[in-house]
Design a protein around this ligand. Structure first.
Ligand SMILES: Cc1ncc(COP(=O)(O)O)c(C=O)c1O
Length: 398
């Protein structure tokens, strides 16, 4: 019999999204659905459309779709491009590969650079490639900010500088699905044209909403874009949103949740939210190092604040190990995807999360490593405990 066939207590959902939905957000959504053409909804929508901009660190419009992140990827491409346009994409991992596959399906000519799933996008290589494109055939550069399959963060402001240094007019499209609300991200300051995001990670909501933050340049590009679009078209969304309405039935109860989630992030302060994620990521890496295991990301400057991908020792299957963690400790860990399937597991440490939730997670991982007979040193969880204790707000620093 499975030990945990009737688990009590909370499930530990430590995949890198969907993340744990906080009680405040759950309660906010537990509300009768209202008329989306009535005054109560109008007030809610006006507030959300304002506050969500602060989370993207933008003064530009943020479009909200009742869709998963994949929909917002498509919206970014079909609103800014025309069939046959060239785009430059960087292969950071599984999600960058899926975005490229989508571009190809849409009839966009995508060029993939990179391909090392352990490293971030290289701004110098992007600058060089754009300088070669003297005819400006490349219409957009597409980067995944935090590659969820690997835990590698690319430097978006450096990519912006690379585009500017090449004096190239390409748009900059960025996927922040697993970084928004977890890792510092600035749509305006970094000159991003379209930011793609989703509800189910740093925004602490269930899956079902996704976003496009759009620059003036992106909106201008949308006026001449010739890709076929209807549902994803920004024009009707922007026109309706300007007065606090949506052109079709919005996901009303998820919007109640979004309102609460934005309040929570802004009450804590974005700087504090990012610092909390950085600290938990640091503690997680202290545990991994203590176990003697290897972090997939090979560039410490690119370590992710929202998840850590860990390489399994040779001859051990990551999915068999994850099964042990789930069945014994009611702990869900992220699986390795495509190229790294079975070879890595991922710990999500993002969203509504605190020190003791992290310690529960890391203790579960350490116990499961032992049960699954994965070669490791004990004491990783202790290393994380020590780090958290020494960096706690009340720790004496003398
Ligand atoms: C970085 C990234 N991009 C895109 C997606 C796809 O989003 P969705 O599964 O919500 O469609 C995900 C999902 O995890 C992701 O992590």
């Amino acid at each position: 019999m499975r030990l945990n066939s009737h688990p009590s207590g909370r499930h530990f959902l430590q995949i890198p999204g969907p993340t744990n939905v906080p009680d405040r957000v759950l309660r906010a959504m537990d509300h009768p659905t209202i008329d989306h053409r009535g005054p109560e909804f109008n007030a809610l929508a006006k507030k959300i459309l304002r506050s969500v901009r602060q989370v993207f660190q933008t003064k530009q419009p943020v479009i909200i779709y009742p869709a998963s992140g994949t929909g917002a990827w498509e919206a970014a491409l079909v609103n800014t491009l025309s069939p046959g346009d060239q785009v430059l994409m960087w292969e950071t991992g599984h999600f960058a590969s899926l975005w490229k596959k989508m571009a190809d399906k849409l009839g966009i000519k995508s060029e993939f650079m990179g391909g090392d799933w352990r490293k971030p996008a290289d701004p110098a290589a992007i600058e060089k490639r754009l300088k070669e494109d003297t005819g400006h055939a490349i219409k957009a550069v597409c980067i995944v900010h935090n590659e969820t399959s690997t835990g590698v963060v690319s430097d978006i402001s450096a990519v912006r500088r690379a585009i500017d240094a090449a004096k190239h007019p390409a748009l900059l499209l960025v996927d922040t699905i697993s970084s928004l609300g977890s890792i510092d991200y600035r749509h305006d300051a970094w000159g991003v044209d379209v930011t793609v995001a989703g509800s189910q990670k740093g925004l602490m909501l269930p899956p079902g909403l996704s976003f496009n933050a759009v620059s003036e340049k992106a909106v201008a590009a949308s006026k001449s874009s010739k890709m076929i679009k209807a549902f994803w078209g920004w024009d009707e969304m922007l026109a309706s949103n300007a007065n606090g309405w949506f052109p079709y039935t919005p996901a009303t109860n998820l919007l109640y949740g979004l309102n609460e989630a934005c309040d929570m992030l802004l009450e804590e302060g974005l700087g504090a939210v990012f610092a909390r994620h950085t600290r938990h990521a640091e503690a997680t890496r202290a545990a991994v190092t203590g176990w003697g295991l290897e972090i997939l990301c090979s560039d410490p400057k690119a370590y992710s604040g929202s998840l850590t991908a860990i390489v399994m020792p040779e001859g051990h299957d990551a999915d068999a190990f994850r099964k042990v963690a789930l069945e014994n400790f009611n702990l869900s860990l992220g699986q390795g995807l495509t190229k790294v399937a079975g070879k890595v597991f991922r710990i999500g440490h993002l969203g509504d999360f605190n020190d003791l939730m992290l310690m529960g997670t890391l203790s579960g991982v350490e116990m499961a490593l032992g049960l699954a007979k994965v070669p490791h040193k004990t004491g990783g969880a202790q290393a994380a405990l020590t780090y958290l204790r020494d960096t706690a707000p009340g720790a004496r620093r003398d």
